[in-house]
Design a protein around this ligand. Structure first.
Ligand code: NAG
Ligand code: NAG
Ligand code: ZN
Length: 553
């Protein structure tokens, strides 16, 4: 990604070997005027490398001081192209056609800064070491070293996460893009004057350079690999209030780019700024923004390190044995009605192990507060947000299940397991087609005999039309649902009570089928029996969803 020059013979002259034989800056003679211009503009040493499209990561990983010293030496070397031509003619070295890393012993000063007269062009180098970079605003100068890596690592360690890799993400102030653009125009002019070409995409991004340097250092501190992708994300961010105003002129050039968003503090987001920069013409930009950018007096401020672990999904099946337990917290007019809920009873015992920061509970259907769920239980999955620990052995998951079982006699959990996000979707798949079995205690106003309920056993595949029940009309739209009752079995208890088992399509409103919901469910049990009936108790006997897979005890 280094600028390609037509005259390749000069390339090797600038590449020197230091005492240890290590290849040094992969800069070419042709880069020298660009380097000088960038340093004069107030760019830091690493930003100079970026704009020279140096893709050699180790070049960035040198300490900032070493790099600045080398750049100093590089620009202080005599001559530019015209003078170098003479040099090349004097040189015995054959033209170098190989990779830019090729090293040739030039006029060897060994990179010793003491050997470089301070009067040479490049006194700006000293400024580049001490003053804040006009482009990266200090990110690559002051926050790109072992000390900063230690700070980041300490912050991560203090959060107490368990992780075996991480991805480092960087958020930079939006105005950095504006300054980058301005500097790019400066370089472009230089390069154009020299008749060479260079694409903006060839410039190394600040973020990229930052990661080249920091990934290894953070990895060393924390003892885990820092990867491009990981379940655990460590974010470092920087702000620079002094130059926040840099972006504002863009609002006049592209008002469409800056739309207020609900969750954003400022309309000048990085994305919006980049979009506006793509639209603005070069002339217009030069007219409205200094090129090179103005010199800042302060460096940017690192924000608190943010850690985020991807959600972990825990699935299982639950039984609910209580008729006074809602599935989710029951709050009416801001007041809590029931002291607990299924989701709380399941998730609370998981808190100390996963140390999550929130959860989303979902299940295959749900039962009313007064309905028990028996049999094999109801499939559920809970997304635990930002867990501090996400890996558990099978035996540990079993212990968690036991902890849930022991925490309350209102619920039990089986088949508890950690699953993927994708697998959770399987619980919802084809839910409508699934079968559910219920047991109900039915009351009849008029006395019955055994024979009066026999006919119920012969009803098969009964089709119902159910208008949205009155009791849920406040949260569901009015609609008519077609549902099937596959089979029913009635068992006589006494002249006013019988037990009714039903196998139905999922989503059938059982209570409404029994009492008729003022004729909103048709047909209903009252109609079929030609008598007033009501439902006293209801239990879910089975939910025939074959997910999650059974776990052997
Ligand atoms: C060549 O180098 C000399 C000093 O060594 C300098 O005075 C002269 O201006 C340079 N030539 C060009 C064309 O820049
Ligand atoms: C939890 O309770 C369920 C339902 O009774 C049972 O199947 C399961 O084995 C229990 N698990 C543990 C670990 O106690
Ligand atoms: Zn910089």
């Amino acid at each position: 990604m280094v600028v390609e020059f037509q005259t390749s013979q000069h390339q090797c002259l600038a590449n020197k070997i230091d005492i240890t034989g290590q290849a040094m800056l992969p800069l070419k003679i042709k880069d020298r005027p660009i380097v000088r211009a960038l340093l004069a503009a107030g760019c830091c040493a690493r930003c100079v490398l970026r704009f020279c499209c140096v893709g050699l990561q180790s070049a960035y990983r040198q300490t900032y001081e070493d790099l600045a010293t080398e750049l100093h030496a590089f620009v202080s070397e005599e001559g530019d192209e015209s003078n170098d031509t003479t040099k090349q003619e004097n040189s015995e070295d054959p033209p170098c056609k190989k990779a830019r890393l090729e090293t040739v012993q030039g006029n060897s000063e060994g990179g010793d800064p003491a050997g470089v007269p301070q009067t040479q062009p490049g006194t700006d180098v000293d400024a580049a070491v001490s003053s804040v970079c006009v482009v990266c605003l200090g990110v690559l100068q002051q926050h790109c070293d072992k000390t900063f890596a230690q700070k980041v690592s300490e912050a991560v360690t203090a959060e107490g996460y368990q992780f075996d890799s991480l991805v480092l993400s960087v958020s930079l102030p939006a105005q950095l893009s504006v300054r980058e653009h301005s500097t790019w125009l400066l370089v472009k002019k230089q390069v154009r004057d020299k008749g060479t070409c260079l694409g903006k995409d060839d410039v190394i991004q600040v973020k990229e350079a930052f990661k080249w340097i920091m990934n290894g250092l953070v990895s060393q501190e924390l003892g885990v690999p820092v990867l491009a992708k990981s379940l655990f994300e460590v974010s470092v961010g920087f702000t620079h209030p002094e130059t926040d105003g840099d972006c504002h002129f863009l609002a006049t050039t592209c008002s469409d780019c800056f739309k207020p968003a609900r969750n954003k503090l400022s309309v000048f987001t990085r994305m919006a700024v980049v979009k506006a920069l793509e639209k603005i013409s070069e002339d217009n930009f030069r007219r409205l923004f200094p090129c090179p950018p103005s010199r800042p007096s302060t460096g940017c401020t690192p924000q608190d390190v943010q850690c985020l672990h991807m959600s972990v999904f825990v699935a299982g099946r639950y039984n609910k044995f209580s008729r006074t337990l809602p599935q989710t917290p029951w709050v009416i007019d801001g007041e809590r009605r029931m002291e607990s809920s299924v989701e709380e009873l399941i998730t609370a015992p998981l808190l100390s192990s996963f140390r999550y920061e929130g959860f989303n509970f979902c299940s295959s259907g749900r039962e009313d507060v007064d309905v028990r769920t028996l049999g094999n239980g109801r499939p559920f999955a809970v997304e635990l947000l930002n867990p501090h620990r996400a890996r558990f052995r099978k035996a540990e998951v079993r212990e968690l299940q036991e902890a849930i079982n022991k925490s309350s006699d209102k619920i039990r959990v089986r088949d508890l397991q950690i699953v993927t996000r994708e697998a959770v979707a399987r619980m919802k798949e084809g839910e409508e087609e699934k079968t559910k079995s219920y047991g109900a205690l039915i009351w009849t106003r008029t006395p019955i005999e055994k024979d009066d309920i026999e006919f119920i056993n012969n009803i098969k595949e009964l089709e119902l039309a159910q208008k949205t029940p009155l009791r849920v009309l406040h949260r569901r739209p009015l609609a008519v649902r077609q549902r099937l009752i596959h089979t029913m079995t009635a068992s006589f208890l006494d002249p006013h009570h019988f037990h009714l088992n039903l196998r139905t399509q999922a989503g059938t409103y059982i209570k409404e089928f029994v009492h008729g919901d003022f004729g909103r469910t048709k047909p209903n049990l009252c109609e079929l029996m030609k008598a007033d009936t009501d439902i006293l108790e209801l239990d879910v006997e089975s939910v025939d969803v074959d997910w999650p897979p059974a776990i052997e005890d």
